[in-house]
Design a binder for this molecule. Sequence first.
Ligand code: AMP
Length: 424
Amino acid sequence: MIKAVRGTRDLLPPETALWNFVEAAVRDVFRTYNFHEIRTPIFESTELFARGVGEETDIVSKEMYTWEDRGRAASEKGQMLTLRPENTAGVVRAYIEHKLWDHGLNKLYYIGPQFRRERPQKGRYRQFYQIGAEVLGPASSGSQRPLRDAEVLEMLATLLDRLRIKDWTLEINSVGSSKDRAAYNEVLRKALDPLAPMMCTDCQRRAVTNPLRVFDCKVPADQVIIEGLPRISDYLDSESREHFENVQALLRAAKVEFKINHRLVRGLDYYTRTAFEFTHGALGAQNAILGGGRYDGLSEALGGPPAPGIGFAMGEDRLILALQELMPTISKAPDAYIAPLGEGMNRQAIRLAAELRRQNLVIELGDRSFKLGKLLETAAKLGARYAVIVGENEVASNIFALKNLATGEQVDVPRTELAKKIQT
Ligand code: AMP
């Protein structure tokens, strides 16, 4: 038997109804914040991710699905291509390629699959789905202003509330400018020098290669040491500090609850200032539902003009896990089941079904059966609310027997009034 590849999975009904529900809510909320959808290709040149995500990240160094394309001629070397592991690099590439700065401020969102060769577990897949948004534009569009950070965070709080996700926590931090971070990195390296030998082997390595990543450590024994390390907030320049204070004041004004997490840092040069993460209590080990932040230097890292920006990526698979209990209220059973009493009635039944479906009703159509009992049994199994009986008498008189499957009550309804009656 050929099975779905490890780390990938089929999304089947009725769960797909939940995915559709989430995506409809996302589109609706984003629309009211004046965000517009962008769809970028699922594969891009490998170089885009090497530059746009960072060669030294786990994603690029270990987790990408990369292959060499066939060259145009047999002798020609093919281009290196990669299945996108995230979508920000693609969006910024499109911003540069289509000169989207002509639009001033761009507020873009995407929904789609991403690919990373991680070790699969609950909430972690090799093909997973992200919902994300990016705000970016030239400095003249105000894309670097704290209001944009706060607007994105408030939009996310609104979205999670709208999806009835209750136990979310928003943590924010500022990672300053790339200069601030370079200075902080050195301070951290020095502070770690005498401490690293007491820490886990991963931290011993990080202390040398990339000290900021020490903050990702989950080993319980290391936590006391990590808590005592210097904090990036003490190394921010005055502009970054003011930006961070402004974001917090705006969040308070918008009544968005947040906590400051000094350990939330990002190591790459193009990340600037605000970094944030939303977590959800019920998700266990993989409890991050979304992460994001400012990336004022990314466009330039990809060869574009300066384009300050802020964005996030939300794990749709994890969001769905947190929403499983909503499923029974979302998946929709048919409004009515059309029961043709015999082969000759199929033609009448398919016509009547089309009429009712055009009036926005969900209709399932039975196939010929001379046994009414059997048809009603099938209708009940499907969870249909009504059965419409299509027999010779009904067709001749244009009056149909409509049976309420919950109460067993049956009434005769003229064809023209059927849809209305089923809708009530
Ligand atoms: P990142 O792009 O790594 O910042 O991830 C953003 C969000 O995507 C995370 O908070 C997760 O919710 C989700 N995510 C990342 N990797 C995976 C994965 N392998 N499987 C499922 N969700 C993921």
